[in-house]
Design a protein around this ligand. Structure first.
Ligand code: FAD
Length: 406
């Protein structure tokens, strides 16, 4: 096994959370190494929808011009069709708050993630692709002190670091090996394809809900749409052996989808991911912190995992910048401002996501809530909240919740 030189920060995973953390810390002058098991550009199963708030983060990271030129779709909001036929439409420009701009962005993750990673590299981070992290290195006190990984040639390599950032997504190895991983009760699996020629493709993200899950349709530009099917884990077992056939059969059960989506025009294979509802016991431990999906996975229905990953990266970089300026070990105690920052940033969103997630388990109630939200002009606020530019407490309060269901 070869041992690499010690770095300040070792980031495991080069998705939005890892690249943004690396980019911010490299810009602040720290020695940062990023490793990812994939080689970029790579695909990622995701609905590829970004709200105006995500766009604001991308602008702050200096990549928005590049992404705007990449030919994505300018998205105006979200529409939801309920299991019994109710429908709501929420628009960013009507949501209140202060959206960064009137539109979000639909753009392939292949482009987004490679652009962010290149920006991290340009800022001075060392990026090593094709290396999978397997184990944590520990120091004499038991604190995390790096990782042991394996490259594509099968060679084991040790990467010692002052601090490890676990940005390795849903199912994070860093979270598992550090004993921080937890699985929630709502287990769902996603199947995601790119499809050309979807009829009447709108500039709002579409969510079609049934008793057995939901389908999202999202414009990506150039006449291509992202079509994502999300089903409970027990139903997904039937996909074994023929994922594409399962995707076609299940997707065609949705009334608002079957007449518009020609699954003969799939232009990117169906990717599978899950189960969701993963979270962490704590986002820090001695010598390491978790960011992005590794810390908390947000159900794609309320979406915005990319936004949370970028906001989490901002918080992580602030805390780490301070911690790295002092000599001595980077303990969980030193990282406490990160935990507090995450609580402030995500608690309200976490509650909204849980309310929506559990609401979907009761189709009649869910459908009624959609009808009420639309009729009473409350849908835009909800879209602003899930888009993370309107305070979640505008929705998580007795008045809003009562008006939604009664
Ligand atoms: C079906 C679905 C639809 C979604 N739709 C949306 C949406 O429309 N909008 C939105 O904002 N969010 C959406 N999300 C959520 C979004 O995809 C995630 O929140 C986001 O990707 C989190 O970024 P991340 O950097 O934490 O993790 P990831 O993007 O998953 O990146 C993790 C990286 O870690 C690498 N990695 C993993 N394990 C290892 C290892 N052992 N060693 C080295 N590298 C490793 C992976 O290769 C990957 O590059 C969706 C998610 C799903 C599942």
């Amino acid at each position: 096994m070869t041992t690499e030189p010690v770095t300040d920060v070792l980031v495991i995973g080069a998705g939005p959370a890892g690249s943004a953390t690396a980019l911010r810390l490299a810009r602040s002058g720290h020695r940062v190494t990023v490793i990812d098991r994939a080689t970029f550009p790579r695909e990622k199963p995701c609905s590829e929808y970004m709200s105006p708030e995500t766009v604001r983060h991308l602008a702050a990271l200096g990549v928005l011009d590049t992404l705007d030129r990449a030919g994505g779709a300018a998205l105006e909001g979200t529409q939801v069709s309920g299991p019994l036929g109710s429908r709501l439409v929420g628009r960013f420009t009507h949501a209140g708050g202060t959206p960064f701009r009137g539109t979000g962005l639909g753009l392939a993750r292949r482009i987004l993630d490679a652009t962010l990673l290149q920006a991290a590299r340009d800022a001075g981070a060392t990026v090593l692709e094709g290396i999978a992290a397997h184990e944590l290195l520990r120091d004499g006190r038991g604190a995390v002190a790096g990782v042991r990984g394996r490259d594509t040639a099968g060679e084991w390599r040790a990467f010692p670091a002052r601090v490890v950032v676990g940005a390795d997504g849903l199912g994070s190895i860093v979270a598992r090996r550090a004993g921080l991983h937890m699985q929630g009760p709502v287990r769902r699996i996603a199947f995601v394809a790119h499809v050309a020629g979807v009829r009447d493709l709108s500039m709002t993200t579409e969510l079609h809900v049934s008793r057995d899950g939901y389908v999202g349709i999202n414009a990506l530009g150039s006449g291509v749409a992202n079509v994502a099917l999300v089903v409970p884990a027990h139903l997904a077992r039937a996909a074994k052996g023929d994922v594409a056939a399962f995707f076609r059969e299940r997707t065609m059960r949705f009334p608002g989808v079957r007449d518009r989506v020609d699954l003969g025009q799939i232009v990117r294979e169906v990717l599978v991911t899950g189960p969701f509802d993963a979270m962490s016991r704590s986002s820090t431990t001695d010598g390491a912190l978790l960011v992005g999906d590794a810390a908390d996975f947000f159900d794609p229905f309320t979406g915005e995992g990319i936004c949370s990953a970028l906001r989490g990266a901002e918080l992580a970089a602030e805390t780490l910048h301070d911690a790295l300026r002092h000599d001595g070990p980077i303990t969980a105690h030193r990282l406490r401002s990160y935990r507090a920052g995450r609580r402030r940033a995500f608690l309200g969103k976490w509650i909204v996501e849980r309310l929506v997630g559990y609401g979907m388990l009761a189709p009649a109630l869910f459908d009624r809530a959609i009808a009420r939200l639309e009729r009473r002009g409350m849908a835009d606020t909800l879209i602003g909240v899930t888009g993370q530019f309107v305070s979640p407490w505008k929705v998580v309060n007795p008045v809003y919740l009562t008006r939604m269901v009664l």
